[in-house]
Design a protein around this ligand. Structure first.
Ligand SMILES: *Cc1c(COP(=O)(O)O)cnc(C)c1O
Length: 404
């Protein structure tokens, strides 16, 4: 086993060696531009993108023509939201999303609000899931789009996309989902799940950074988008710019590998994740799991360790790469807005750790991580007067602290 251990696979994943091998020719001698129609260099590139398009489509139950290649999920989210807002402006100006979305959705919504779009940010329940009745009530005759993510990048909870899509369909509203954390990890079928648009990113599923896709439904209904990038009219006019052929080939291969190995891999993830969880809960008290375990990615564990400071904990386990609920959003020490949305206090949000397991983690690593975290939490609590008071049965909520 080699240190440091990487267990932050929601932030990014390493490129699978098989993906790299598939990309290699397109970084060297097969360099054509897929838009070159009149020679074999162009044809080869075109063939490679169409193979990748099929692989991406197949992973999510779509057809090739419904896949638009982009630079990643941030761009896909921007294209979906801005593209719909602009295209359907005559029909309405209201978008519904949730408070726990990724910044690529929330910041895009904020931008749209400056341009006259009204946005409803649904609160989530304590388990992290949106309330479908609240969603139904939020829909008006001006609503043009619902955008709710499939799997959350911090707490891994899975929103009820199939039901959300059904509600959207019944009310004649388009449904976009940020599927970045879900694609390649759990089964997704855009037809069965009533999804009209879905964003995905290669680097969250063992592909390269800087490439992704947006699924755009072509039938029942046919979704139209106003392009946000003008140029040569690539990607059926929806996203101009010379295609990133090596990246696209990598994304396609990553999708193919994920689809072939998903059943087995998700079982392995779940086994290791549960082992980690069970060991932490067995050896430590005052540990809180953030978000429901029932509807959750198999590779995610997000826990708060009460009476421990997140930053000190991270420092204590500095040979393990994970994320904390305070360092997540930029360099500020704001507690995670996702955990706050679940109703966590600042203290518990600050003391949280996100473990993101991945394809290249071993059981030995999981054992090491569990042991190390238990060790460090115990040591930090030995130094914590609050923990001592808690152990002595003092009700901390009733203590009068001196103001300073
Ligand atoms: C990583 C991530 C994004 C951004 O994807 P990029 O490809 O890095 O732009 C968007 N949404 C979610 C849920 C993510 O996890």
């Amino acid at each position: 086993m080699k240190l440091p251990i990487y267990m932050d696979n929601h932030a990014t994943t390493p490129v699978d060696p098989r993906v790299f091998e598939a990309m290699r020719p397109y970084l060297t001698n097969v360099f054509g531009n897929s838009a070159s129609r009149n020679h074999s260099f162009g044809w080869e590139a075109e063939e490679a993108t169409e193979k990748a398009r099929k692989q991406v489509a197949s992973l999510i139950g779509a057809t090739s023509k419904e896949i638009v290649f982009t630079s990643g999920a941030t761009e896909s989210n921007n294209l979906a939201l801005k593209g719909v807002a602009e295209m359907y402006a005559e029909k309405g100006n209201h978008i519904i999303t949730a408070a726990t979305e990724h910044k690529a959705i929330l910041d895009t919504c904020k931008r749209l609000e400056k341009h006259g779009v009204r946005v409803t940010y649904l609160a989530v329940q304590q388990n992290g899931l949106v309330d479908l009745n609240q969603l139904r009530d939020a829909i008006t005759d001006k609503t043009i789009l619902i955008s709710i993510m499939h799997a959350n990048n911090e707490i891994g909870v899975l929103q009820p996309v199939r039901e959300i899509g059904k509600i959207a369909k019944e009310r004649g509203v388009l449904f976009h989902t940020d599927g970045t954390q879900a694609a390649g990890k759990i089964p997704v079928n855009v037809l069965e799940d009533n999804i009209d648009m879905m964003s995905i990113s290669a680097h969250k599923m063992y592909g390269p950074k800087g490439v992704g896709a947006l699924y755009v439904r072509r039938r029942n209904p046919r979704v139209q988008l106003t392009a946000q990038m003008d140029g040569g009219g690539h990607e059926r006019g929806m996203r101009s710019g010379t295609l990133n052929i090596p990246g696209i080939v990598g994304l396609g291969e990553a999708c193919g590998i994920a689809q072939a190995g998903m059943a087995e891999e998700s079982k392995r993830m779940e086994y290791m994740r549960d082992k980690l969880k069970d060991r932490l809960l067995a050896s430590l008290d005052e540990v809180y799991i953030n978000g429901t375990m029932e509807h959750r990615l198999p590779n995610n564990l997000n826990v708060s360790f009460a009476y421990v400071e997140g930053e000190s904990l991270l420092m204590g386990i500095n040979d393990i790469a994970v994320s904390s609920g305070s360092a997540c959003t930029s360099a500020t020490l704001e507690p995670s807005y996702v955990l706050k949305a679940l109703g966590a206090g600042d203290d518990l949000a600050h003391s949280s750790i996100r473990f993101g397991l991945g394809r290249f983690n071993s059981e030995e690593e999981v054992d090491y991580v569990a042991g190390k975290v238990i060790d460090v939490v115990k040591k930090l609590r030995e130094l914590s007067p609050l923990y001592e008071m808690f152990k002595d049965g003092v009700d901390l909520s009733k203590v009068q602290w001196t103001a300073h």
